[in-house]
Design a protein around this ligand. Sequence first.
Ligand SMILES: Cc1cc2nc3c(=O)[nH]c(=O)nc-3n(C[C@H](O)[C@H](O)[C@H](O)COP(=O)(O)O)c2cc1C
Length: 195
Amino acid sequence: MNKVNWKPGNLIYPLPAALVSCRSKTLGDNLITIAWTGTICTNPPMCYISVRPERFSYDIIKESMEFVINLTTAEMARATDWCGVKSGRDFDKFKECGFTKIESEIVNAPMVGESPLSIECKVTEIKELGSHHMFIANVVSATVEDKYLDPDGSFNLNRSELICYSHREYRKLGQKIGTFGYAVEKIKKSPRRKK
Ligand SMILES: Cc1cc2nc3c(=O)[nH]c(=O)nc-3n(C[C@H](O)[C@H](O)[C@H](O)COP(=O)(O)O)c2cc1C
């Protein structure tokens, strides 16, 4: 193996390319593409988004202390990129992208109807880290698209063609290579026949 030492920076990929929706009483509704996001606690369910203070959405989320993380699919990829290069200061992003606005269950911010999974979040803390400020939040509700519900009622998110953001590229998730814990699962052997 031949390794090359690379300059230290954020190279933790892949990440989601989430569309985060938010609402301000005075500034209106907006969408921002966020890759710096993730789960930080299972119980209570908590997550984060990191946002640059110069973003239009920053002021909105700081004011409302609420947002919705909408996961994105291959069909939504172009609009997701567009929302990540244009500002809500200049455009009504919901309208321009033709996204369906759906009212959330708990927070006062719209969900993106086209998303297979929308996660409503209430901010508990803002950490001013540097270029980005980290909004730490409680997950207070999740809404799923019913076409991804299997006949037994379970939610099958992986049928929705989710995309990820990896080193400047959007990519579809690849093929399934295992399930949680498969490395230690006992291989089911067919019962030995008695000789
Ligand atoms: C794939 C992708 C990921 C992005 N991730 C973030 C992020 O995590 N945090 C952030 O502050 N900006 C991120 N951006 C940039 C914002 O989405 C972009 O500046 C957007 O235009 C801000 O919109 P707004 O001014 O309406 O809030 C990302 C952009 C793209 C294309």
